[in-house]
Design a protein around this ligand. Structure first.
Ligand SMILES: NC(=O)c1ccc[n+]([C@@H]2O[C@H](COP(=O)([O-])OP(=O)(O)OC[C@H]3O[C@@H](n4cnc5c(N)ncnc54)[C@H](O)[C@@H]3O)[C@@H](O)[C@H]2O)c1
Length: 412
């Protein structure tokens, strides 16, 4: 979901006590230089640079600061005004604020211990790869990429990070939540019997309004959430929250998908229909053992907000909602619970887990492979929906279609 959409969820501020409880980190923290910090101890601050200083960059910067184990030392955004906005808030020296497409590279030259990547998804694979290459840990917003080559590059970056003893963490809030984890564990343990079918939905209003100017690349960068190439379309950019939960339960790659999408909800100007994101998707995925996943999404209108997943087996049904209940009904029921603030709590848990992994030297980077799988699943659904035809996983991987954004006219 976008920062705009989640603003009501954001009102749940995080208390210092909750952070400390989450991390177990000592209160007395000392800043250390990047060189010294390579061998961390729990009482040393991890220096971070933020890449992408828009809504989520600023919002999550607060959470990193409240954690207590981090020190924000630099930032990069394409736009000066954005980096200054964040820089002023977190008292970052002007010399440590970078702009343009390659601004993040100058941030990496500063050798912060870690970067927090909150830029449009199109840039995530290269920024993550370069961060790992520069010896930094990387905390990355979903989705990790917009196309197949980007997903594979991200997977390689994760493996490379493990080899280089660096941490990469993908910030899916659901995967960090105890109720979700327990529900998935029980389904994997057989509590609903073998999964026969599943359903995933993502329903929200039109989070990015209708203005869009395809002729100006800077305006496209600012309105990237309406731009198919920069965002990957709604199925990859936003609906991934639902498909990530579904693929977590199913724990396999899909074999093929069929789908359709349309753009009839937001009353857009007629311009650039091939560049603007769609408003609704409907797809069916086939998984091994004839398991079916049906998926639907919409990003326009009013009346419903839900990121839901149902998993059906002969002995029960598991049900999850990002803003609500997580439970299992059936022979072995799981009462579960109701989530009120997963948007914030999940990010807080991920920030704590990232810190813990860094200071304890835990470099298995477990969030990378499942994030690549769910990202590729969204791309499979998108490819099928664009063609209104059946597309197989193998065919999609073999084709390796790359989305190209025209960078000409942008500041390097
Ligand atoms: N629940 C969630 O997990 C959640 C919620 C909101 C956003 N996000 C993710 O966070 C990321 C950022 O979203 P946002 O809502 O903050 O968007 P935003 O538009 O508010 O901010 C993005 C920022 O990136 C900057 N930018 C553009 N190109 C850049 C480049 N090449 N290098 C550096 N900076 C660049 C833009 O100028 C802008 O300031 C997206 O990947 C989005 O999916 C995740």
């Amino acid at each position: 979901m976008s920062q705009q959409q989640s603003s009501s969820a954001n009102t749940n501020r995080v208390t210092r006590r909750r952070f400390v409880a989450g991390t177990g980190a000592a209160l007395a923290l000392t800043a250390v230089s990047a060189e010294v910090a390579r061998g961390y101890s729990a009482n040393q601050k991890v220096t971070i640079g933020i890449i992408g200083c828009g809504g989520r960059g600023v919002w999550i910067g607060d959470l990193f600061q409240q954690h207590g184990g981090y020190q924000i030392v630099g930032a990069a955004d394409y736009f000066q005004q954005r980096v200054d906005n964040l820089g002023n808030k977190f008292q970052i020296k002007e010399a440590n604020r970078f702009t343009g497409l390659s601004g993040y590279k100058r941030l990496l030259d500063m050798k912060p211990d870690a970067v927090v990547i909150e830029s449009p998804p199109y840039f995530h694979p290269d920024q993550t790869w370069d961060a790992v290459d520069a010896g930094c840990h990387a905390f990355v917003a979903k989705p990790i990429a917009v196309d197949v080559p980007g997903c594979l590059r991200f997977l390689e970056a994760g493996k490379r990070a493990t080899e280089k003893k660096r941490c990469v963490l993908v910030d899916f809030q659901t995967r960090a939540d105890g109720l979700y984890q327990e529900c998935v564990r029980r389904v994997h343990a057989g509590d609903i019997g073998p999964i026969v079918s599943a359903e995933a939905v993502y329903y929200t209003g039109g989070t990015w309004g209708v203005e869009f100017d395809p002729s100006d690349p800077e305006k496209r960068l600012l309105r990237w959430g309406r731009d198919r190439i920069l965002s990957g379309d709604i199925i990859t950019e936003q609906n991934i929250h639902a498909l990530d939960v579904a693929t977590w339960f199913l724990d396999r790659d899909p074999i093929k998908a069929y789908g359709m999408c349309n753009r009839r909800g937001r009353q857009d100007p007629a311009a650039a229909p091939d560049v603007l994101c769609n408003d609704a998707f409907a797809c069916v995925f086939l998984f091994p053992d004839d398991v079916l996943l049906s998926f639907a999404s919409k990003q326009y209108g009013t009346g419903i907000e839900d990121i839901g997943c149902w998993v059906f087996g002969p002995k029960g049904t598991a049900e999850t909602h990002y803003w609500g209940a997580v439970l299992i009904r059936g022979e072995k029921s799981f009462k579960g619970g109701k989530l009120a603030h997963l948007y914030t709590d999940g990010a807080v848990a991920n920030i704590a887990a990232f810190h813990k992994a860094i200071v304890e030297g835990e470099h298995s980077n477990r969030t990378v492979a499942p994030s690549v799988r769910s990202n590729l699943t969204t791309i499979l659904g998108r490819t099928a929906a664009y063609r209104r035809a059946e597309v197989s996983w193998d065919e999609m991987l073999k084709a390796g279609e790359k989305l190209e954004f025209p960078l000409k006219g942008l500041k390097s």
